[in-house]
Every structure is written in C-alpha cells, then in structure tokens.
Design a protein around this ligand. Structure first.
Ligand code: BEZ
Length: 280
C-alpha cells in the first residue's frame, strides 16, 4: 500500500466538510479518530455504511472516539445524501462531519486509493491523538466494511495503549476476554504489572511465551460522570429520607388539630373508665 501507513503522521490538510472547514490535526487533537473514505454519494454500499456509522455513533462516543467520513463529492451533495442515509438508518442521525473531495485530490494524500481500480476505495484509518495512523483497513469499493470489526479493532488499540503496548489481543478477542502479555515483558515484570495474575499455556516447546491475563476496558468518556452520579444518588437518598420523615408527622394544620382532638377524646374515654392517663 503506497503512501502514508502505520506510524505515519496524517498530513495536516485543510478540508471542507459538512461541519465547515477545519485542519485535520485540529480535529484529531486530544482524542482518537476513525477516518473512513467512500467512493461516492448516493451509492448503495456507502449509504449502508454511513447509516451503520450513525447507528454505532454512541459506541464511539462511549469510548471518547470521533468519527470523520470522506466521500468523493461536494459538501452540498453530502448534505442532500445525508437525508437518504438517515432515512435508511431509521432516523439515526449523521452527527459526524463528512469531508468533500469532488476532485479526488485528498484521497491520494491520505492513502485512500484502491491501487487496482486506481480510484477511490473503502479505506479506514484509526488515528491517535498524536495525528499518527495506528491501524488501516483497505477494502475495494465492492466490499462493505464490518462496523463490529471496526469497533473490536479500536477496542484492541485502546486496550494496548492503556497498557503501554505491554499487552496484545489474541485472535477474535472481544473486550471482556483475557488479553496476552507481550513477549517483551519478563515473568518477573508481569507479576508486578498484573497483580491479578496470569496463566502460561503449557506448550511442547516449554518456552512459556503464551501468557493470558484478565484486563477490562473502561469507556473513557464516561468516567467523568461518576462524581455526578454520586452527588445525584446522595441527593435522591436525602430526598427519600426527608419524605419518609414527613410521613411520620401531620402534613397540614387541619390534620394536626384533628389529631389533638382524637387524643383529647381518647383521654376522656379512659377517664370515664377510671383509668389514669396522666396530664400530658
Ligand atoms: C457503492 O457504494 O455501492 C459502490 C460504490 C462504488 C462502486 C461500487 C459500489
């Protein structure tokens, strides 16, 4: 695949999008981005793919990851096409920007070309907050991508990055499954790094290189909500307690008068029966 690839910095192009003009590095700053290209507007496979991205948007949001589409037509055409995409996606909204590339000048610079067709492809780069490419897919225009696989690959990158690439994810890995420890990590280091322990596969070579450990992924963008959840829960608990407390007392003056009347009548009744009920 000629052109920019893993580890390369995406050129800081100024792009026209459905959300206005911006420089790519400004968009990439401070988060991961999934940048995905499409051959053209009002084409069947692309409509299904962009609709799926809209449906999956909450999954990317949960991980604090931005989406950025590109299609080889102009902004006005994109805006018209979005109406079809949203209708096809049963109302899921296309909230992410789509880059315009009507003259196919941007796709070669982003290495989003199909070398067989010498034309647009279904390329997808996962770009880190440092504007460097961390993963690339290159599909021909005849093959739609699998959004579950995009998400799975993204989770793998986030997991490895969270552990400074000292872990890797094995075949068909999913986020709640064990990961493997990098061969660059010794057993001694692994014991310190993974207090939960690890399991070494007993293989004929006895080289002990296949070690599994448990590691859970944390949806990053939602951790800041924890203090809010705590304060809201505390508030609800307080309100509940106040409510229960109020239920023990008369809630209006009329009720209080009725209660006092009941007590006085009860006292009279017991007095008649010769029972001493005291003065209070
Ligand atoms: C499509 O999106 O359906 C498509 C685009 C270009 C070539 C073939 C299919």
């Amino acid at each position: 695949m000629p052109g920019i690839t893993l580890g390369d910095t995406v050129p800081n192009l100024e792009v026209a999008t459905t959300h206005g003009k911006f420089k790519l590095h400004d968009y990439f700053a401070d988060s991961w981005t999934v940048l995905f290209s499409h051959p053209g507007d009002f084409t069947p496979v692309c409509t299904t793919e962009l609709g799926a991205m809209a449906k999956y948007a909450h999954e990317f949001d949960k991980r604090g990851v931005k989406l950025l589409g590109l299609s080889c037509d102009d902004v006005q055409s994109h805006k018209e096409w979005i109406k079809d995409i949203e209708a096809f996606a049963h109302g899921s909204k296309v909230k992410y920007p789509i880059i315009a590339d009507p003259n196919k000048e941007i796709i070669p610079q982003l290495n989003m070309i199909d070398p067989i067709e010498n034309g647009p492809s279904r390329a997808l780069h996962i770009v880190g907050p440092d504007s460097k490419i961390k993963l690339s897919f290159l599909y021909p225009s005849t093959t739609g991508r699998n959004m579950d696989e995009v998400l799975r690959a993204l989770d793998s990158l986030l997991m490895a990055s969270k552990h400074n690439n000292k872990i890797a994810t094995p075949v068909n890995w999913k986020p709640d499954e064990p990961v493997v420890i990098s061969p660059a990590v010794s057993d001694e280091e692994a014991k310190k790094m993974f207090p939960q322990g690890f399991k070494t596969a007993d293989l004929p070579s006895k080289k002990g290189y296949l070690r599994h450990t448990e590691a859970a992924i944390i949806p990053r963008s939602h951790t800041w909500l924890l203090p809010i959840y705590f304060v809201v829960s505390l508030g609800c608990y307080g309100l509940l307690m106040v409510g229960i407390g109020l239920m023990q007392f008369p809630t209006c003056p009329q009720e209080a008068v009725l209660l006092q009347k009941d007590i006085a009548e009860a006292k009279d009744f017991f007095k008649h029966k010769g029972v001493d009920v005291g003065s209070n």
